[in-house]
Design a protein around this ligand. Structure first.
Ligand SMILES: [Zn+2]
Length: 88
């Protein structure tokens, strides 16, 4: 089916405009009532508070491997050892 130029262009435009509308109408009629607009996803705002560490000062604290003393990096203030691990 070959149409002259303006009519062919108009028909193509009509098809390209009407086809998504028909598809969308059929899609929305199929899942009627359940069209929530997708607002229930991606609202992860308060999830970061629950996994917080017990220390309130923030940052990384270290636990001495010798005397199990919690300190802030460097050498242990209690026994002076540098053997430590990070405590998140
Ligand atoms: Zn220590």
């Amino acid at each position: 089916m070959v149409l002259p130029f303006p009519y062919g262009l108009g028909a193509a435009l009509a098809i390209f405009i009407a086809f998504p509308l028909i598809l969308r109408r059929r899609y929305m009629s199929r899942m009627r009532g359940g069209y929530g607009g997708g607002s229930d996803s991606g609202s992860g705002g308060g999830g970061f508070f629950g996994m917080g560490s017990p220390n309130s000062s923030g940052g990384v604290r270290y636990v001495c491997l010798v005397c199990n003393n919690k300190h802030k990096g460097g050498t242990c203030p209690r026994c002076g050892s540098k053997m430590q691990r990070a405590d998140f």
